[in-house]
Write a protein that binds this ligand. Structure first.
Ligand code: NAD
Length: 316
């Protein structure tokens, strides 16, 4: 199959590209490198550096490269940025996605896989519960609104234009290649700081000093595998939660990282952040496959971050 991945120079998209190539598919990546890196794009993939908001260029790429399926990962992926600048968020995440959908429709793409958010779309999940697909979305940020809007457009595109889709609602994804300098990606941020011997900040869930927000941490390779299944098979339902079903507080995450790294860290407590969901735990869709345990995933991620530091320190 010919698989086109938008955002394939980013954290999750580059793992999707690796998995697709590993399974013998041809891969093209579309990315404007605003957050992604050229070195994340595998050498065997065709690379188009452009912005999903550039409609004519996107149409041309689809017309000429002719993908069979699309995995649409490109996005403004930060909740905080969306709270500060909802117009930018809507421009990239809604208008940009509509461009990609339109190009996919014109090029008669067989299936459109969309990276949505289970972590943000359901809003606060009460203690003891896990959000399943029957839950009514309750976006608490412009980012969650834009993801929900695209989900709705996809459902419409199927009925109006016969564009087949799969929506993957990811929980909180972590793993190698996640950017530690952004505002999202707490595992990457903490690992980077801990390896540098610096303190970490726990933003409170409700009041300063509590154990922080509850998140469902899912390993990036499980997410990439789910993307491949969604693109190439029929096991995945139209909408799926890609998650573990296990809730972890930010402080529990710090403690697990301390075990992995074999070092204690200074924890600073800070107030809750605007737009952040307090508790997010999802009921995983079974056909998405088994998930990597948090300790195994953190060990792999730590290995990668250690290696990255070593390589950086031997650079002139
Ligand atoms: P990322 O920032 O690493 O990847 C996004 C990629 O999209 C980057 O390479 C970036 O350069 C590219 N991009 C951004 N704007 C673009 C534009 N206008 N045109 C072309 N390319 C553009 O983020 P990620 O964590 O890999 O997220 C991938 C997808 O998964 C996003 O859609 C995100 O919303 C979604 N998601 C991520 C998580 C998570 O925990 N990381 C959770 C739920 C959903």
């Amino acid at each position: 199959m010919r698989i086109l991945i938008t955002g394939g120079a980013g954290f999750i998209g580059s793992h999707v590209a690796d998995f697709a190539l590993g399974a013998g598919h041809e891969v093209a990546v579309v990315d404007n490198l605003s957050a992604g890196k050229r070195e994340n794009v595998p050498g065997q993939a065709t690379f188009f550096q452009t912005d999903v908001r550039r409609r004519d260029e996107i149409m041309k790429i689809f017309r000429e490269w002719r993908p069979d399926v699309v995995s649409h990962q490109a996005a403004q992926a930060s909740v905080s940025v969306s709270v500060r600048d909802p117009l930018l968020d809507a421009d990239i995440n809604i208008v940009g996605s509509l461009n990609v959908m339109d190009a996919a429709r014109a090029a008669k793409v067989r299936r459109f896989v969309f990276a949505s958010t289970g972590g943000a779309i359901y809003g606060d999940v009460p203690e003891g519960r896990r959000a399943d697909l029957s839950w009514r979305p309750d976006p608490l940020s412009p980012y969650a609104c834009s993801k929900l809007a695209v989900e709705r457009y996809l459902i419409l595109h199927r009925s109006l234009y016969d564009l087949d889709y799969r929506i993957l609602r990811y929980a909180n994804v972590y793993g190698p290649r996640q950017d530690p300098y952004g505002e999202a990606g707490v595992v990457a941020i903490f690992l980077d700081r801990m390896l540098a011997g610096r303190c970490v900040q726990v933003n409170a869930m409700a009041r300063e000093g509590d154990d922080g927000c509850v998140r469902d941490y899912v390993y990036v390779e499980d997410v990439a595998r789910a993307n491949l299944a969604a693109m190439t098979g029929d096991s995945m339902p139209p909408t799926a939660n890609i998650a573990t079903g296990i809730g972890t507080t930010t402080l529990q995450l710090v403690r697990q990282l301390e075990v992995a790294i074999e070092r204690k860290v200074e924890v600073r407590h800070a107030p809750p952040r605007a737009g952040d969901v307090a508790r997010s735990v999802l009921a995983p869709t079974e056909s998405a496959g088994p998930s990597t345990t948090l300790s195994a995933g953190l060990a792999e991620t730590l290995r990668w971050f250690r290696k990255r530091r070593e390589t950086a320190s031997i650079r002139p």
